[in-house]
Design a protein around this ligand. Sequence first.
Ligand code: HEC
Ligand code: HEC
Length: 350
Amino acid sequence: MTRLVWIAIGALVAACSGGGGGEKRQGQADVPETLAEWGLFADGAQQLPADDVHPYEVIAPLYSDYTAKYRFIRLPEGGRIDYRADGPWQFPEGTVVVKTFSMPHDQRDPAAGERLLETRLLVRERNHWRPHTYVWNEAQTEAKRAIAGVRLPIEWKHFDGGTRSLTYRVPNTNQCHGCHGEHEASELLGVRTAQLDRDFDFGSGPVNQIDHFAALGLFAQAPPAQRERLVDPFGDAPLEQRARAYLEANCAHCHHENGAAWETGLWLSTATTNPVDLGICRRPFSAGEATGGRPFDIVPGHPEQSVMVFRMASADPEIKMPELPTQIPHDEAIELITDWIAGMSPAGCP
Ligand code: HEC
Ligand code: HEC
């Protein structure tokens, strides 16, 4: 056969085997097909980590359609974390960071159990993080690797007691970079001092996570006692700080100068100090329907005239913020941002 025919057959085989072709091209032929093969869990169905796997929580989680999350870190043997006061901590090659998504059967009652949906991994290679995702079967006995996005129809009881349903979207692994950064420079988003400086119960009562990791000798250098942290967006800190923490955790990974929303010039990180950059009296970059006919991203004192609230409350995939993969507007966050904007002194925009 001629070379050309071989190429054509190769393309056909790649197309028929779904993600298989892409897998070879990315040099991932040796990636385990099941989550169990990673040896991360003593009991995967219960999300009970293996001995060398450390659970953690973030202060301001990413909202994902009311799912619950479990997070873990596994360092390679003898590996240490390079602590950073600001920005993501640095990890040695071979580190695995894990995030499992589940939907509680009843949001009001943890004892009612949950349905595990997917377990995402970011695996540190020489100079970037490689994403993988494993989708749990309905029997909850096994999670298998998925490359192309998978859809899972799910149902649960919401906080108001009503039944809610959703076709949950497992992102395909190319979509991870939309939030985690470009392929060769992809980065951790939550594993940073500002997000991890909180208490967690590792089995003998709540302790500070960073102090606990330090006591275990996980850091290459001792973290300072003075640390800057986010506030819990739904805790009891002042309103402004809570609103800013929510925007930092849920929007800033795209809304910063190197993020997917760079062209909007709308910067939603806690580091933003210029009110216009934050959206205050800022004419929207996007025109037409996406503004809901509202004049500015934020109109102080007037949430009902602010594009930000309009886009957070929309369920239209072309308009909603954040962009896909979430589908259900986050009612509690819309209330938070509404209250924040309503409380700004209505100076009037030029
Ligand atoms: C909509 C934006 C978004 C997309 C898409 C996304 N992530 Fe994330 N991810 C985040 C944010 C924000 C955090 C940190 C906050 C948290 O843990 O809740 C995070 C945290 C993580 C973590 C824990 C380590 C860390 O970075 O803090 C892992 C592992 C992870 N994501 C894997 C993935 C994989 C794999 C994909 C693709 C299948 C993916 N993510 C897609 C936004 C996203
Ligand atoms: C996955 C990336 C991503 C995330 C996460 C995200 N955005 Fe956006 N956002 C964009 C992009 C891209 C645009 C520009 C295109 C458009 O208008 O749809 C945009 C536009 C906007 C605009 C219009 C800005 C203008 O001047 O026209 C607002 C307001 C906005 N986002 C608010 C938010 C808020 C609030 C959040 C968090 C709750 C958020 N976004 C999360 C990607 C994102």
